[in-house]
Design a protein around this ligand. Sequence first.
Ligand SMILES: Cc1ncc(COP(=O)(O)O)c(C=O)c1O
Length: 413
Amino acid sequence: MKEFEYTAVKEEFEQWKAMGLSLNMARGKPSLEQLELSRGLFTALDFDDCVDEGVDARNYGELAGTPSAREYWAELLDIKPQQCFVGGSSSLNMMYDLIAKAWSNGLLHSEKPWSQQPGIKFLCPVPGYDRHFRITESFGIELIPVRTTEAGPDMDEVERLAADPLVKGIWCVPKYSNPDGNIYSNETILRFAALKPAAPDFVVIWDNAYCVHEFRGEYVPFPEILAISAQAGNPDLVVEFASSSKITFPGAGMSVMAASEANIEYLCGLASAQMISGDKVNQLRQVRFLKDREHTLMMMRRHADILRPRFDAFLKELDEEIRPLGIVRWTDPKGGYFISLYTRPGCARRTVELCKEAGLVMTGAGAAYPYGKDPEDSHIRIAPSFPPLKDVELAAEVFCTCLKLATLEHDRK
Ligand SMILES: Cc1ncc(COP(=O)(O)O)c(C=O)c1O
């Protein structure tokens, strides 16, 4: 371990600064090596072989997606093909669209469109995914933070808040949550399934973005929420999302919205005013390439082999340089794309600022909280996936220096 004393750490920081580095660990993007795994997508489809179970993928039709794409996601998520609406390349876009439809038309059980109900609110487990929060914020919906634990959102708090009829839903990332990397416990899942919100059109947005994304250890099977909530008398409560963004190409994969058949029918009805059909050629190409669950899991093991060393490199540096100081804590996930680190209160923003000065761009401090405001100024999201391994190693060193310096500056005040 290097020294933890102001003058020595400041000197180390100045040395990093003088190197004119340009490193970026801001967003959870796959690395070039991971993109290489999907090279075969470019040759997975032939013009003369585009008919999928009787459906010509090159032509209009099948608003809810090609038969094979609906079957693919049904197998991956452990549901029925009729519960799947396969869309374009972005699940986030589909989530935005769900909120937009709630706003303009209402959801299946809405008494009126959300736009005609003043003062509505949405629950945001924190820390969470900034882009989720921005969707609801962009409609002027009030964001209510909810504390999370290793088992998922604080369910006592969720149940208490859901008793307010103005609270219309909650954002969830149940497996390898962004950014803590936790998996919701069985108890949390059961309590979600049995939730009795006051609003008849309350929606649990179950963003299963990391459903097959373990980078350490074997694939972890995960309870299927739609069946459990149906059994609990809440068949239409949950709308689930996933995509192949971090299986093949982010921004050029295929996304899915999964829900009860009644929900899918209702939402298809609304979508029919919006488009004739989605990009089925891409859906077919993705399915021809990914094949099925078993083949997808094999691909994910290859992703894991590329991701794991990057996470290990960052965690090793934290272990060696920071753990002995006892000044922060961090998560050690087995999947997903992020590590969460919690500084002493009041040190996160300064740490990220110092990183920037030293040539390392991190996700903005506070980004994982509604309105970008972390009340403790303590959370930092670390995304080690994208840079080459040697850059991650270097970035980890720079980060540790900046974290120490921010802590020492704070202690001197
Ligand atoms: C939790 C979560 N949901 C959704 C997305 C984006 O998904 P898509 O590329 O399908 O829009 C991300 C990307 O980082 C994410 O972390």
